[in-house]
Design a protein around this ligand. Structure first.
Ligand code: MN
Length: 376
């Protein structure tokens, strides 16, 4: 990142300095025959620049007090994964998948908004540093980093109470420290959770063992912990896309006790995306909502590169419809997790699907700011 950033600054200086640049070492005058191009161009939208999400400006908010409205952050962490690791490479993977998001202009046709030309200030803040050696410390680092971003003054205080963060995971464990951070600003929130797994497993020995308490917190159990900590609105939270095997029917009973309703993946055959959206909206109502998207909601044919793939899933089109169907809900933050670039194919099929899902979420956030006075 440092090298890329340095190169970017140098290039800008040359362009801004005019047509004549004197090389310091040789003292030879150089006059370009072609006028420097003005930015942005379509080509820049694809190939040039450092690899931020969809070419949004990179600002290291952890060393910079600049205000912001919406923020995409990156959280590399995969040391609580039960099956395929590699999601620590995911933030940059999704950014690669977003390289051509603005090529055709960035206007979101079904959502009728262009997040690139709206008044919202959107930044790519870079990674939160998280240790790969100690999960207890890493989870704390993400919580504090997220909390730091969240409690800044938003760019437009007349429209928004707090900046909103879209986190590119990482394995799904990252949702727990994010919910802890959000709780410091908003209190308990409803959760809309797209996933093939409920992630509310309570018997930690069945998902990797738990010789210490921290070992029981992983990407299959974090919602159980979040509910016990009072971070989730019970009865007003929702899983969509569930289809994994269970220990037994009792898993669903515990899940309901923890506070979730469920639409299984197979139900879409009967009720369609419209029915799925209706169920979700009825469940969360006007509550503050946190949105968490596991890429394994998608069938492995649409997203092969993920921590724990499950067949019989939804298509990218169905999931994008589901996400854009959340229009008007009080969305206070979101994550997209479990993309593991080392397992992706040469066409970056998973990274592109994930990037497009982030684009849908960003479009929602730009359209519907959340001002607490208007919600309560
Ligand atoms: Mn999952």
């Amino acid at each position: 990142m440092n090298l890329s950033t340095a190169l970017f600054i140098v290039a800008t200086a040359i362009t801004a300095s005019g047509v004549s640049v004197r090389a310091r070492t040789s003292q030879v005058s150089f006059t370009p025959k072609v006028k420097p191009i003005s930015y942005p161009t379509a080509a820049e939208g694809v190939f040039s620049g450092i690899g931020t999400f969809a070419h949004f400006p990179y600002v290291d908010c952890f060393r910079n007090e600049s205000i912001n409205y919406d923020t995409a952050i990156l959280a590399p962490f995969d040391t609580a994964t039960i099956y395929r690791p590699g999601t620590c490479f995911n933030p940059s993977g999704i950014c690669e998948g977003s390289r051509r998001t603005i090529l055709a202009g960035g206007y979101n046709v079904p959502q009728k908004v262009n997040p690139f030309t709206s008044l919202a200030v959107v930044l790519d803040t870079g990674d939160i540093a998280m240790t790969p050696y100690d999960n207890e410390v890493a989870i704390r680092q993400l919580q504090l980093g997220h909390q730091d971003l969240l409690h800044r003054t938003p760019a437009d205080i007349s429209r928004s109470s707090f900046p909103r963060v879209i986190t590119l995971g990482g394995d799904h464990t990252i949702t727990l420290p994010i919910l802890r951070a959000l709780n410091s600003a908003y209190g308990p929130a409803s959760v809309i959770h797209f996933d093939s797994h409920s992630d509310t497993w309570y018997d930690t020995t069945s998902v990797g063992g738990a010789s210490r308490e921290i070992a029981g917190i992983n990407h299959g159990t974090y919602f159980y912990g979040a509910s016990k900590e009072g971070l989730i609105k019970k009865g007003n939270s929702f899983h969509a896309g569930i289809r994994t095997t269970l220990n037994g029917p009792e898993d669903y009973e515990v899940d309901e006790e923890i506070g979730f309703e469920i639409v299984e993946a197979r139900e879409i055959d009967g009720i369609g995306t419209k029915g799925v959206i209706e169920h979700i909206r009825n469940c969360v109502g006007d509550n503050l909502v946190y949105l968490s998207i596991d890429i394994d909601t998608l069938d492995p044919s649409f997203a092969p590169t993920t921590g724990t793939p499950e067949s019989d899933g939804w298509s990218t089109r169905e999931l994008r419809r589901g996400v854009s169907g959340l229009a008007g809900l009080n969305l206070i933050g979101a994550d997209i997790v479990e993309v593991s670039p080392p397992f992706d194919d040469n066409g970056q099929i998973t990274a592109i699907a994930a990037a497009d899902l982030v684009y849908e979420v960003l479009s929602l956030m730009v359209r519907f700011p959340v001002l607490l006075e208007e919600v309560e």
